[in-house]
Design a protein around this ligand. Structure first.
Ligand code: FAD
Length: 98
């Protein structure tokens, strides 16, 4: 038996001095979102770009902040979509049971 903890979560901050998180290490929504692989690839590219910016921007917190804002916006967007989707599912299941 194997299992996976897909509790919705977002690491905050996902980037800071000396680190940038990407993929599931940074944020997870359950598989129904259907964006996990895309997010892993996109956040990997953004994380690489952010890491370069952090290395060249010295002490500036801006690259990490911009990355966190981008990641949070995507997470919140997908979470809102899933919440709406699940609420409709509950109505469907409820009406079938009635
Ligand atoms: C049941 C299920 C179904 C899914 N279906 C879909 C789908 O249909 N479409 C979709 O887009 N997404 C889907 N997802 C989500 C998707 O699989 C993930 O979002 C995506 O794989 C995340 O990629 P990642 O590279 O961040 O992490 P992972 O794919 O988890 O890769 C992390 C890797 O790091 C390795 N690792 C961990 N710790 C260490 C360590 N200490 N040292 C070295 N290596 C380590 C792991 O073994 C693993 O190979 C699904 C997820 C689940 C659980």
């Amino acid at each position: 038996m194997r299992g996976e903890d897909v509790t919705w979560r977002l690491v905050q901050p996902a980037a800071g001095p000396g680190y940038v998180l990407a993929g599931d290490a940074a944020a997870i929504l359950d598989p129904a979102a259907g964006h996990g692989v895309l997010k892993a690839l996109m956040s990997g590219m953004m994380a690489a770009q952010t890491a370069v910016q952090m290395l060249t921007a010295g002490e500036s917190p801006e690259p990490a902040a911009a990355y966190c804002a981008w990641l949070t916006a995507w997470f919140e967007h997908d979470a809102a979509h899933l919440r709406k989707w699940y609420s409709q599912l509950t109505v469907l299941v409820g009406s079938e049971l009635a």
